[in-house]
Design a protein around this ligand. Structure first.
Ligand code: HEC
Length: 107
């Protein structure tokens, strides 16, 4: 009886873990992080979901500026985006991903 209840709990817990939405602060890929934290706002503004219409590119925001913006809330003429919950690695991943967007667009 006890064992059966234990088993039921384990099965239920693993089911819950599989269904729960992924914690965004655990995302690793620059593309996933960008999609979660940055894309919708760009989509709603003239800049375009993937920065298609960004005017300052390709110089624009440089990778270290993007990291400062995310980690410490610096502005660089960009609307406030301060995400101190992200690790330095995650901020780097977003910054690198943004560079690939710009390269694609520049061609
Ligand atoms: C509150 C809305 C908003 C959010 C959230 C946001 N942005 Fe932006 N972003 C903008 C607007 C508006 C512009 C266009 C104005 C400008 O060029 O600064 C822009 C422009 C940019 C540009 C283009 C600058 C250029 O011309 O080269 C980059 C790069 C950028 N954002 C990166 C990011 C990153 C990375 C994130 C997520 C960590 C992010 N943004 C989140 C609103 C936002």
């Amino acid at each position: 009886m006890k064992a059966a209840r234990y088993l039921a709990t384990v099965v239920m817990m693993s089911g819950l873990a599989a269904c729960s939405p992924q914690d965004p602060t655990r995302l690793k890929g620059g593309d996933e992080l960008y999609d979660y934290y940055c894309r919708s706002c760009h989509q709603d503004t003239a800049v375009g979901a993937y920065l298609e219409q960004a005017v300052r590119a390709p110089e624009g925001l440089r990778p270290h500026e993007i990291v400062l913006m995310i980690r410490h809330g610096y502005r660089f003429d960009h609307p406030p985006v301060h995400l101190p919950q992200l690790t330095p690695e995650q901020a780097d991943a977003i910054a690198r991903y943004v560079q690939t967007l710009k390269q694609v667009r520049a061609e």
